[in-house]
Write a protein that binds this ligand. Structure first.
Ligand code: FA5
Length: 339
């Protein structure tokens, strides 16, 4: 037992870590440990009562010595070990799932329109939101003294530029940039200094379409509009064409959509008319083609300007346009997530 004691003291002195000490504990105090075995291997039958007493005493001393010295060494090793950092990163932990936001309903409709028109060979061009007066007005046949300027209350910048009032500002920009033939759509934000109500905002989205080629007629315009609307609403929709006036088209039309919110019965969104003014359109005015450097004797074209925000309202049954700019997450989370 004396030998065991010395061996234990030497083992503890050589131990370098808490793991070493745990191994020592098992070596001496485990089920088959040296101290346990010392008790088991004793030949009690050959011992006198006095010897048994002495042996038991020594065995107890050894046990106590082993237990205490191992516990002390373990305590020492623990306090010497570097403290585990509170915020240490555990690389084995499973990661937290990241939350993915939903897309804004206008973005969803814009993406859909882009893919429909790209499928028909149209390119997508966005153009600047802060625009030159020339492209927003003069180039689309609205000179400064033209009464049509009053139709669109304008936000003017101090440098003489303006926040574009319609995506038609891109018509002459793209004609000058790409020439004819040309098939393009221009989705984007427009700004008008207007009082807001259930279907008017001062910041809203339009998507302009322009097709210029030889022999383009109203028939091409109607065919393209029908294809686009039936794809976007995934059902037959009722539309009507009325004559409309825009200085940059001749003839000009208003394409109205039968209100999908009330089914044509009348509601605040359609101002109880059953119809929602959706797509102003027409054949490009020869003056606009000339501004774009295109010969109106050789080429003709159609243009349309759909209210993207109103299209989103129709598609998703949104009754008030102001919800779209509110940024209320409870509203936005209702729309699908596309990854
Ligand atoms: C225009 O802006 C013309 N540039 C459209 C055009 C293009 C006509 C090409 C002919 C050829 P209008 O002002 O009507 O037209 O606006 C077009 C659409 O934008 C409207 O039908 C409507 O859906 C949407 N819109 C106009 N003003 C607002 C507004 N304040 N809030 C929400 N949407 C609006």
């Amino acid at each position: 037992m004396e030998e065991i004691k010395q061996q234990l003291a030497a083992d503890l002195a050589a131990a370098k870590s808490a793991a070493d000490i745990e191994n020592i504990r098992i070596k001496y105090l485990g089920k088959k440990g040296l101290v346990t075995n010392a008790a088991k291997s004793a030949n009690f039958g050959a011992m006198s009562v006095e010897e048994k007493k002495q042996f038991g005493q020594k065995l107890n001393d050894l046990k106590n010595f082993a237990t205490e010295s191992i516990a002390q060494a373990a305590e020492k090793a623990k306090s010497a070990a570097p403290a585990k950092k509170k915020n240490a990163i555990d690389l084995t932990m499973p990661g937290e799932p990241s939350t993915i936001g939903s897309l804004h309903p206008v973005t969803l409709v814009q993406m859909e329109l882009e893919s429909i028109f790209q499928g028909m060979g149209f390119m997508v061009y966005t153009g600047p939101e802060c625009e030159e007066e020339f492209f927003n007005f003069d180039a689309v046949n609205i000179p400064s003294d033209h009464p049509a300027r009053e139709m669109q209350d304008t936000y003017w910048m101090t440098n003489g530029r303006l926040m574009r009032t319609h995506t038609s500002a891109n018509q002459v920009r793209t004609m000058r940039k790409f020439g004819a033939p040309l098939k393009a759509i221009f989705p984007g934000r427009c700004f008008r200094n207007e009082a807001t109500d259930a279907c008017h905002e001062n910041t809203f989205y339009q998507c302009e379409g322009l097709m210029i080629d030889k022999n383009i007629s109203v028939a091409n315009l109607i065919a393209v509009m029908k294809t686009a609307l039936s794809e976007i609403f995934r059902r037959d929709v009722k539309v009507r064409l009325r004559p409309g006036f825009f200085p940059f088209v001749e003839p000009g039309f208003e394409l109205d959509l039968n209100c999908l919110i009330c089914g044509g019965e009348g509601c605040p969104t359609c101002k109880n008319s059953g119809w929602l003014e959706l797509i102003p359109c027409g054949l490009v005015h020869p003056n606009v083609l000339r501004f774009g450097g295109i010969d109106p004797e050789e080429y003709s074209g159609f243009a349309f300007g759909v209210g993207l925000t109103r299209l989103a309202m129709m598609k998703y049954g949104i009754r008030d346009i102001r919800l779209l700019n509110d940024g209320d997450c409870r509203f936005l989370q209702q729309f699908p997530v596309i990854v």
